[in-house]
Design a protein around this ligand. Structure first.
Ligand code: SF4
Length: 806
């Protein structure tokens, strides 16, 4: 046996022992785990990619993931997976996996030991704790995010921590909170099985949430009538299934939502009983003081504000014919129908994202299409744990676990108590949100750039941030700034990092995710990571321990104990900061069980860890029943299903911002986009994903089948625009915005079909960083950037110009 074989063998043996030990310590039998007669050991895990949260069966043999299948007994996907899900195992085995820590020396990344890497990070934080920022992810597992949160907000008294979910879900969060006083959807995927009408608001689930979309399409195949209305700015694969397609001018979706409300009011077709019992009215402020709460309003004032949005006015503004608008309005006016609205990035990555989220909730509330199976306003998430880790754990710069806020003394006190930290440890001032964090990091220290060390985990900001030259690449010229990136593959982020840390991925570690429908999903480590790759959660704990050893006061609790102290069954402290001991106990379970009581404040009660071990996830609030079982909730705020609703109320918004158990119906006006086409930049540019690739493609581009199916980015053009410019399929096209320029091939009449005056580019291709061109303007309330619209010039490319390009 040569050295490598022996090492692999020892790792495998250790893995088997650790798995058995973890099972025993979990205190429950793992019923999902079995070995078949081909020698494959099967276990469960959620898919690594989108927020749908499908459940896969992972087949392991000889320490390697060999097979993937959909879990037939999982409610979310009932055995189905999309093309990405079927290939999820392949993401572990790209040839260029990062396997050792690397430090940039004289411009080149060179291998170093883990000990040195942890020491370098700890020293930088020790010297300037207030200049440290932590940038995380909706792909962080719940324990990873919780540990990072406790480390930064509790250990460093520094709130500069934000997840990449700021770039995708922040407007949904502010929309939910300002409407219901609490985040996350009231309904669940069960609504899709009951709805008569499904409305897609700037949403393309056929490519982005394919398994969910198949639930709708399957119902039709079984002979059920489900009407699909697609409201978008370009035709997509979802449009091919739609009964009605409403193409609107970008940004005017606000006017369309207001038009529906106005129609219901003018025609006396709103649900008076539901509104009088369960709703208040609010009006958005119209200046820079815009916030979560707006101004209280009467029905009369709300009506008067809405009266502008007639069918005629809205049609002129949006370009949607009046007859189509009327069909939409009449749909909401019909109390016999069950209507589910679905939205995702088209509504969230929007300069008026908070407003648009509020308006969608508002038209469901006003029409009474709420709180019954099939009647629901439902926002979807793009990432597998945007809900679980970013929103529930509260890793956003202003938040704390369980829907709490750093600005509220009682919320800080509750966390300090659970963390056994002295009063006043948590800083009351919100930290930097994502765009601000990177602005500060990329600004010279002498000019106010007061973030000097930035740690990135489980995300790729070098490709996903907007306006990349300004918000990411400007760092290259700043000698005193230090970028740490924990990654699994080389990316645009590791390209300029000073320190690169190799990370474990998916079933190479224990994990817990929370999907779009409030479902918390647990899995166990099933294979070893390659080389020296290690868990992100371990990295955070190891840095904390090094700071503790250096005498950093924040890494001690009130009793002088290390803030990440974990004891074994004999009460002995386990040195989990030493990776050899990390799996001697189940750190995930320990962190999750510490976090779990914090979820009770706003009735987000998650299930105990041991219960999750043998479930395909459970939707919170999860409560214990008299017989000792644990019961999930499919429909929040509805008496028939939500255990927290008072008997006899029917519907109760028990987290209401107005403390009267009522939701808020908002008026938010249409306003022009921050950058609109003009004579120099006459087209709209929108960006997004494709079916085959997930986000920046750093994982899916390593899977041969997915890469071959969609190898590179392209620009979608309308055929008439293309003909006018002499562009045919495959011709190179130059795109220029105020921020930069880029060349890529044209795809005309392809998968997506923009209207005249608009182009679309996917963002998965690391060789074509389209976000160098996008705008960094954010929603004033959520601080989420608008990736869906900026002004662009479109030209047929002359190859002689090539050397002038960036
Ligand atoms: S729909 Fe999403 S969660 Fe389901 S298999 Fe596809 S990528 Fe994975």
């Amino acid at each position: 046996m040569n050295t490598m074989e022996r090492r692999d063998f020892l790792k495998m043996a250790a893995m088997t022992a650790a798995t058995a030990a973890a099972q025993a310590r979990a205190g429950v039998e793992r019923t999902a785990r079995y070995t078949d007669n081909h020698g494959l050991t099967w276990d469960k895990a959620p898919c690594r990619f989108c927020g749908t949260g499908c459940h896969v069966k992972v087949g392991v043999r000889s320490g390697r993931v060999m097979a993937i299948a959909g879990a037939e007994d999982a409610d979310v996907n009932k055995g189905l997976l999309c093309v990405k899900g079927y290939h999820v195992g392949g993401i572990l085995y790209g040839k260029d996996r990062l396997t050792e820590p690397m430090l940039r020396k004289n411009g080149k990344l060179e291998p170093i030991e883990w000990e040195e890497a942890i020491e370098i990070i700890a020293k930088r934080i020790y010297d300037k704790p207030k200049e440290f920022a932590f940038y995380g992810s909706g792909q962080w597992t719940i324990p990873e995010g919780y540990a990072a949160q406790k480390f930064t907000k509790g250990g460093l008294s520094n709130n500069h921590i934000d997840p990449n979910a700021r770039l995708c879900m922040a407007s949904a969060v502010t929309g939910f909170i300002s409407t219901y006083g609490v985040d996350e959807p009231a309904g669940s995927y069960d609504d899709l099985d009951k709805a008569d009408v499904v409305i897609l608001w700037g949403n393309n689930p056929a490519e982005m949430h394919p398994v969910l979309f198949s639930r709708i399409v399957d119902r039709r195949a079984l002979g059920e009538k489900v009407t699909l209305i697609d409201i978008g700015t370009r035709r997509t694969r979802s449009t091919e299934f739609a009964d009605h397609y409403l193409n609107f001018r970008p940004q005017t979706d606000l006017a369309i939502a207001n038009c529906i409300a106005n129609y219901l009011l003018e025609n006396d077709k709103y649900d008076k009983d539901f509104v009088s019992k369960h709703c208040n009215f609010r009006i958005d402020k119209d200046d820079e003081t815009r916030d979560l709460f707006g101004k209280a309003s009467t029905l009369e004032e709300y009506k008067e504000k809405m009266s502008t949005y007639t069918l005629e006015y809205t049609s002129q503004l949006s370009g949607v014919p009046m007859e189509q608008l009327k069909i939409l309005c009449e749909t909401f006016a019909n109390p016999e129908l069950k209507i589910t609205s679905l939205w995702c990035m088209g509504v969230n990555q929007h300069y008026r994202g908070t407003a648009m989220n509020r308006l969608l909730h508002g038209i469901h509330l006003l029409s009474g299409h709420f709180g019954k199976p099939g009647d629901a306003p439902t926002s979807l998430t793009g990432q597998p744990s945007a809900c679980g880790t970013a929103r529930e754990v509260g890793t956003l710069a202003h938040a704390l676990p369980g829907g709490r806020l750093v600005a509220k003394p009682e919320h800080r006190a509750a966390c300090e108590k659970v963390w056994n930290m002295p009063e006043g440890r948590i800083n009351p001032k919100p930290g930097y949100h994502t765009v601000k964090m990177f602005e500060k990091f990329c600004t010279p220290t002498a000019e106010g750039g007061d973030v000097s060390t930035l740690f990135v985990q489980v995300t790729n900001p070098g490709q996903s941030l907007p306006n990349l030259y300004k918000l990411f690449e400007a760092k290259k010229n700043l000698e005193d700034k230090f970028l740490i990136v924990s990654e699994v593959y080389p990316t645009a982020s590791t390209e300029i990092a000073d320190l690169v840390l190799p990370a474990s991925l998916w079933v190479e570690k224990n994990g817990i995710y929370g999907n779009s429908e409030r479902r918390t999903q647990q899995w166990f480590k099933q294979v070893e990571p390659p080389g020296e790759a290690r868990d992100d959660c371990w990295m955070t704990i190891a840095i904390a321990r090094k700071l503790y050893d250096m005498g950093f006061p924040g890494m001690k609790d009130k009793d002088g104990q290390f803030i990440f102290t974990f004891k074994d069954e004999d009460g002995e402290e386990v040195p989990v900061w030493d990776f050899e001991s990390y799996y001697d106990i189940n750190v995930d379970k320990a962190l999750y069980e510490e976090y779990r009581p914090l979820t009770h404040a706003k009735q987000k009660n998650v299930a105990p860890y041991d219960i999750l071990v043998n479930a395909h996830g459970l939707r919170w609030p999860v409560v214990e029943t008299k017989d000792g079982n644990w019961r999930e909730t499919r429909f929040r705020f509805s008496e028939f299903d939500d255990p927290f609703v008072k008997k006899g109320t029917g519907i109760q918004f028990y987290n209401s911002t107005t403390k009267d158990d009522k939701a808020q119906i908002w008026f938010c006006p249409y306003e022009p986009a921050p950058e609109e086409p003009d004579s120099e930049y006459p087209f709209w540019l929108s960006t997004g994903r494709v079916l085959e690739h997930w986000h920046t493609g750093s994982m899916t581009m390593r899977v041969k089948q997915l890469k071959n199916a969609m190898p590179k980015a392209y620009v979608e053009l309308n055929p008439e625009d293309a003909a006018e410019k002499g562009i045919t399929n495959g011709d190179l096209v130059k795109l220029t915005t105020k921020r930069g320029e880029m060349v890529m091939p044209a795809w005309i009449n392809g998968r997506g079909r923009p209207p005249r005056g608009a182009v679309f580019v996917p963002f998965f291709d690391e060789k074509q960083l389209i976000n160098r061109l996008t705008l960094d303007a954010t929603c004033p309330v959520s601080k989420e950037p608008d990736y869906k619209k900026c002004a662009v010039k479109v030209e047929k490319y002359n190859p002689k110009e090539k050397k002038e390009l960036p």
